[in-house]
Design a protein around this ligand. Structure first.
Ligand code: HEM
Length: 454
């Protein structure tokens, strides 16, 4: 038997490795690496850390499904945990398994049905806000609007309260916290939080604000001052099947913060990207609008309408193919592994990267990858495509717990807006991808809202 090989890749600068090229070329650097070095490519990021990126669906299956026990979330979780604690996204092993088992039932499709009303109401509120603008001819930042709507939906779904009602405190704190988390995730060597740098202090203040809001919500619920049939209630009632234990306040905080942040930002970004694509492809927009007219007419949408709005789902799927909000999944081998004769060492300085953004652009899997074509997701054309060719929600046991929640929410918002407005891009503006923790359009999405005749 031949010994496993090292993954191929550029030698790079003696100190920086490929860091400068990666920063300059952004995500296209990853595409180039795979074009030049094949399906497993490796490069250095600075003097110590290395990235090994995989794009072959079989290799992805190997890491995310078949050998999942050999991998942890590693560096990705380390950088996110100052904000998210030890919640579902960042935890590993038996603790993660137990928490996932406790939380899973709350996300079953049937349990989400009552949330359709919340989603619809928040969508309607957004439209009312648009209608009441003092200057209806001025462009609107769709990225901000989508974030407001998804924050409201996440907060009502999780704790039956309008956190946004505390807008003065919560939204700025979320923005600061996200900025700092983004900085930490991208930094080669983030400053330990114990060092009182301006960034660290701002982060801690923002986190303390969000913590106090969440702990207060938990305390009021425990004391019976508030009630609700929401995710908080389900998480509080959940009992471990083996030990009968329920979650402590600290665990509830970590899970709620995780669900809140994982839930709103990704969804807002997916919707923002979708608007940029629809504005560039009026024929797709018209077809989507026709479907809404046919399925809903002027009715208030219900849960049963979501699967009927099939083309809208396809539009969202294709939008997340081109711009997957979770543009990279990060893993670390806890024991040595081999994929396709290439060694993946258990080394904390090696990040195993699986990038949906790159995989979704492999021409063997997706002909004419840059073309926006929602029909790729028609049942006929989707049949036979490898499961791991499309990963906006990840795969395997760490698959996004909020997949149905997110699809429902996005279909409903899309339908409500399409029924009332045609969105037009501000001339001269083109979206630029900014791959932070989530892939977002840099500087927002300014658009004109043309009301449709009633
Ligand atoms: C378009 C919207 C969304 C996208 C693109 C998305 C994407 C993802 C991806 C790719 C993962 C897997 C990460 C990994 O394997 O490292 C994930 C995990 C997760 N997502 Fe989502 N997500 C979305 C919406 C939501 C929503 C609405 C919620 C909750 C309400 C949510 C909660 C979570 C949680 C808790 C995890 C961790 C699951 C675990 O490891 O057990 N996400 N998401």
């Amino acid at each position: 038997m031949t010994a496993p090989r090292m993954a191929p890749g550029p030698k790079g600068h003696w100190f920086w490795g490929s860091l400068r090229e990666r920063r300059k070329e952004s995500l296209h650097f990853l595409l180039r690496m795979h074009r030049e070095y094949g399906p497993v490519a490796q490069w250095r990021m600075g003097p110590v850390n290395r990235v090994m990126s995989l794009v072959d669906p079989e290799h992805v299956r190997h890491v995310l499904v078949e050998q999942v026990g050999r991998y942890t979330k590693g560096l990705g979780a380390e950088r996110l945990s100052p904000m998210l604690g030890n919640g579902l996204l960042t935890s590993d092993g038996d603790f993660w398994k137990r928490q996932r088992r406790l939380a899973q039932p709350a996300f079953h499709r049937e349990r989400l049905v009552p949330l359709v009303q919340v989603m619809e109401e928040e969508g309607r509120r957004m439209l009312e806000r648009w209608q009441a603008r003092p200057d209806t001819s001025a462009p609107v930042d769709l990225a901000e609007e989508m974030a407001r709507a998804t924050v409201s939906i996440a907060s009502r779904a999780l704790f039956s309260t309008q956190v946004i009602g505390e807008a003065n405190r919560v939204l700025p704190a979320l923005t600061v916290a996200q900025q700092e988390v983004n900085g930490r995730v991208l930094s080669l060597l983030p400053l330990p939080l114990s060092i009182p740098s301006p960034g660290n202090l701002a982060f801690k203040r923002a986190r303390a604000t969000l913590d106090s809001v969440i702990f207060d919500i938990i305390a009021r619920r425990r004391s019976g001052e508030t009630t609700g049939q929401d995710l908080l209630a389900m998480l509080m009632e959940a009992r471990d099947a083996d030990t009968g234990e329920s979650m402590t306040d600290a665990q509830l905080r970590d899970e709620l913060m995780t669900l809140f942040i994982a839930g709103y930002e990704t969804t807002a970004n997916a919707l923002s990207w979708t608007w940029t694509l629809l504005a560039r492809h009026p024929e797709v927009e018209e077809r989507a609008r026709a479907e809404v007219a046919q399925v809903l007419g002027e009715r208030v949408p219900g849960a049963e309408d979501v699967p009927r709005l099939r083309y809208l789902s396809q539009v969202l799927e294709e939008s997340m193919r081109l711009h997957p909000p979770a543009w990279v999944l990060v893993r670390q081998a806890r024991e040595d592994d081999v994929v396709d004769g290439i060694r993946i060492p258990a080394d904390p300085r090696l990040v195993v990267a699986i990038s949906p953004w790159v995989i979704h652009r492999q021409p063997e899997l997706w002909p004419e990858p840059e073309r926006f074509d929602p029909d790729r997701f028609s049942p006929e054309r989707a049949a036979g495509r490898p499961r791991m060719a499309y990963l906006p929600f990840g795969a395997g046991q760490r698959l996004c717990i909020g997949t149905h929640f997110a699809m429902m929410e996005m279909v409903l918002i899309l339908a409500q807006v399409l029924r009332r407005y045609r969105l037009r891009r501000v001339p001269g503006w083109t979206p630029v991808e900014e791959p932070l923790v989530a892939l977002r359009p840099r500087g927002g999405v300014p658009m004109y809202l043309d009301p449709l005749p009633a």
